[in-house]
Design a protein around this ligand. Structure first.
Ligand code: AMP
Length: 212
């Protein structure tokens, strides 16, 4: 099965994809996590991606497509989190899948109002090592700044700072909302309200994809 997780920044795609991957064994492919690892490793791609990411802009399509290509036919199934984010990425993904006789089975669209999204992003932090997300108000690490799971440093992302948050919301509306229309035309989109706790959203998610 190949599932795409969509929704604005802060809707909880990463948290839900991580959980679903643990439950099902499907491969969790987060382009944001891959790019952050490249930035930390100061690789060629990381150095190129860094300034786009800090501003909240998208990294150019060609780099993202090349990065994701080799994973899309994983036999365990794939959860795409943060990809595709432009119509060009969606078209390219379709071509690559068609070439190996596969397609996107479902697109899950997580929805949340803008005030709540901004509130969540402003209190979000992430482990710089294993990428586990935290909410500094409702789900802070037990020891300040230290990841409960791996002991890595828990930091606020540069793109979760106010200027970048605004830009990310705008970029989502102009570049990613059309991707939803692209998938809606195929009738594969399921809407999930991302209000409520991660547990309650996960319950709806498993029912929606008929695991629960
Ligand atoms: P995320 O962790 O999914 O919020 O992604 C963080 C940042 O990585 C985004 O704001 C973009 O700068 C970059 N990024 C992640 N996925 C993509 C993508 N599919 N296309 C372009 N840029 C991306």
């Amino acid at each position: 099965m190949r599932i795409v997780f969509m929704g604005p920044p802060g809707a909880g795609k990463g948290t839900q994809a991580r959980r679903l991957s643990e439950r099902t064994g499907m491969k969790h492919l987060s382009t944001g996590d891959i790019l952050r690892a490249e930035v930390a490793a100061e690789s060629e791609l990381g150095l190129l991606a860094k300034s786009f990411m800090e501003r909240g802009d998208y990294v150019p399509d060609s780099h993202i497509i090349a990065m994701i290509q080799k994973h899309i036919d994983d036999p365990a199934g794939v959860l795409l989190d943060g990809f595709p984010r432009t119509v060009m990425q969606a078209e390219s993904l379709d071509q690559s899948l068609q070439a190996v006789g596969l397609s996107i089975d479902k697109v899950i669209h997580f929805t949340l109002n803008t005030d709540e999204l901004v509130k969540r992003l402003s209190s979000r932090a992430i482990c710089s090592s294993c990428q586990l997300p935290y909410n500094l108000i409702s789900n802070a690490p037990v020891n300040k700044g230290v990841c409960d799971k791996c002991g890595g440093r828990v930091l606020v992302r540069d793109d979760d700072k106010p200027d970048a948050i605004n830009n990310r919301m705008n970029v989502y509306e102009t570049q990613t909302a059309p991707v939803l229309d692209y998938y809606r035309l195929r009738g594969v989109v399921e809407e999930i309200a991302a209000t409520g706790s991660p547990d309650s959203v996960f319950q709806v998610l498993t029912q929606t994809i008929r695991l629960g």
